[in-house]
Design a protein around this ligand. Structure first.
Ligand SMILES: Cc1cc2nc3c(=O)[nH]c(=O)nc-3n(C[C@H](O)[C@H](O)[C@H](O)COP(=O)(O)O)c2cc1C
Length: 208
């Protein structure tokens, strides 16, 4: 199953364009293997609550690493409410073979809509091993190797470290469109062709 998430606040967006291209290609190559779509910007998941942290503490204290046992942590109405919110989100990730995330870079990192989703589904010492994560991203600037802004890329580095540290997943692919701001910022207009080139290359890679 392919779980496809988008997180851009824009409806017409480069990260959405890329994730759609990837999803279309994947679905054509894997007919009948299942597809679930979630728009985290249009239909945001709530922030975690105090009751959520109680579930998390229970899982840690009782050394529960089997995701299918997390429901055992529920003992109050508030905890049940937190559980009913997170369970469908977690079930989708567990059922997925590939988790596809279309995300913009916001303020050198990820949008809070995506962070809220990560907070909901992440528990201590969990493993999502065996799944592949694909991130299609868009940025206003350029963050590739050797660029001045390379050290400020807390989007790709954060997600790679997160998937490895919290999910034990290293099968992660990033496909990015860069320099999107060249279309908006008059001072960057000389970089428009570079942006177009980056967009074309990313679309080609996503559509493979
Ligand atoms: C709230 C906000 C914060 C942004 N922060 C950055 C940033 O820190 N660095 C950057 O290169 N571009 C930044 N941008 C530009 C976006 O990354 C760029 O517009 C990108 O195309 C957004 O992805 P999308 O096209 O999928 O919406 C920001 C845009 C917005 C709206």
């Amino acid at each position: 199953m392919l779980l496809h998430l988008d997180a851009s606040a824009r409806r017409t967006s480069f990260s959405r364009e890329l994730s759609r291209a990837y999803a279309d290609a994947w679905r054509a190559a894997h007919p009948g293997e299942g597809y679930v779509y979630r728009d985290l910007a249009a239909d945001p998941v709530p922030h975690i609550t105090e009751a959520w942290t109680e579930l998390c503490d229970h899982v840690l204290r009782h050394e529960i690493t089997d995701i299918s046992r997390y429901g055992e942590a529920v003992s109050t109405p508030a905890q049940n409410e937190a559980w009913q919110t997170l369970k469908p989100l977690l079930d989708e990730v567990v059922a997925a073979d590939v988790v596809l995330i279309g995300t913009p870079m916001y303020n050198y990192s990820i949008p809070s809509s995506l962070k809220a989703w990560l907070d909901q589904i992440t528990f201590p010492k969990m493993s999502l091993r065996g799944r592949r994560f694909v991130v299609t991203s868009a940025r206003g600037g350029a963050y590739g190797p050797g660029t001045v802004r390379e050290p400020m890329d807390y989007q790709e580095r954060y997600l790679r470290d997160f998937f490895k540290g919290h999910f034990d997943v290293e099968d992660v692919t990033f496909i990015s469109t860069e320099l999107a701001n060249a279309l908006i910022d008059p001072r960057l207009s000389h970089l428009r062709e570079q942006h177009e080139e980056s967009r074309r290359a990313a679309l080609k890679e996503a559509s493979k």
